[in-house]
Design a protein around this ligand. Structure first.
Ligand SMILES: Cc1cc2nc3c(=O)[nH]c(=O)nc-3n(C[C@H](O)[C@H](O)[C@H](O)COP(=O)(O)OP(=O)(O)OC[C@H]3O[C@@H](n4cnc5c(N)ncnc54)[C@H](O)[C@@H]3O)c2cc1C
Length: 278
């Protein structure tokens, strides 16, 4: 678990570029990133705190006396926290990339990313996350919100890793060049204009996926996407494939029609704390 030493930090936008039409990479730099990067248990999942969209004022939580917890004197500030993936962290250069799905102005973070300019500041706090365990075979599944995590994970798997990766994006133009072990088969699925979170592309792909029948083989499944997808796939992996909880990590990254604050409060990202990360 990350400590709150030197957190929350204020991180400053250094550059903004679109790596695909719907994915905006914001590079943060400077002293705030150095503070954040001083503890590597803070990656890959980062809590970003956004300014009040009406006033542009950035308010941050405070740390309690023993430095173990963030406190939120103003509940409205807590509502301006969103979870993202640190796609790249370079502690030496004090740079950090976060890739934002451009899903429009309905989302606080997405709207901020649409307008982000060098010099803008937001807050960064907490963080952490689970790395994939050693397994004989991997099944990795996600939509574009999970693509930064998938890209990061694939870069860190052993060179001999084998398995299949299913990624749902809108169109071929959204595919990214991912660095991955040669034994990982990356399958891109395209919505072709259907709204995110409305298709069964990922669930169909996994339900039609054939798991090789290798006695004793240890398979690990990682799934992150819209809430309905992860709930359906958790059921499938448990009930039809017969995977136990320790062989899966299934987490909802977002829920259609609900802000992250609401999704977190109502369902805690559909986590099952008895899964791999327990
Ligand atoms: C561990 C973790 C890591 C994550 N990493 C990333 C990441 O690296 N990059 C990334 O882009 N997202 C990532 N997400 C997902 C991101 O936190 C959510 O998409 C979040 O809701 C975006 O916040 P927002 O303020 O833009 O929208 P919110 O204010 O939370 O939501 C407003 C509306 O937008 C809808 N919405 C939210 N996300 C999307 C979407 N992607 N497409 C269409 N509609 C959407 C909601 O359903 C809601 O109706 C991650 C989530 C988790 C839990």
């Amino acid at each position: 678990m990350a400590s709150y030493d030197q957190l929350p930090a204020t991180i400053t936008v250094a550059s903004v570029r679109d790596i695909t039409p719907n994915m905006r990479r914001v590079t943060f730099a400077g002293a705030g990133v150095t503070a954040y990067a001083s503890d590597e248990t803070r990656v890959p999942n980062i809590k970003l705190i956004f300014p009040n969209p009406s006033t542009g004022v950035l308010s941050l939580p405070v740390v309690n006396d023993d430095g173990s917890r963030l406190q939120w004197p103003d509940p409205a500030v807590r509502g301006r926290v969103r979870t993202y993936t640190v796609r790249r962290l370079d502690p030496v250069a004090a740079e950090m990339d976060v890739d934002f799905v451009r899903h429009g102005d309905e989302g606080l973070a997405s709207a901020w990313a649409e307008r982000a300019q060098p010099g803008d500041t937001i807050g960064a706090a907490a963080g952490g996350g689970i790395t994939a365990p050693v397994a004989d075979r991997y099944l990795i599944v996600g939509d574009e919100t999970a693509l930064p995590a998938i890209g990061r994970m694939l870069e860190r798997l052993p060179a001999a890793a084998v398995g299949t990766v299913y990624v749902e994006v809108d169109a071929p133009a959204e595919e990214q060049d991912l660095t991955a072990p040669a034994g990982l088969d990356i399958v891109w699925l395209h919505r072709h204009g259907s709204p995110a979170g409305t298709t069964t592309l990922l669930t169909d792909a996994v339900k039609n996926h054939t798991f090789p029948d290798v006695p004793g083989e240890k398979v690990f499944a990682w799934v992150s996407a819209e809430s309905a997808v992860v709930l359906d796939l958790r059921r499938h992996l448990r009930n039809n494939v017969g995977m136990d909880r320790k062989s899966t990590l299934v987490i909802g990254y977002w829920k259609r029609g609900v802000s992250e604050t609401g999704y977190g409060k109502a369902a805690d990202h559909d986590r099952d704390f008895t899964e791999h990360d327990a």
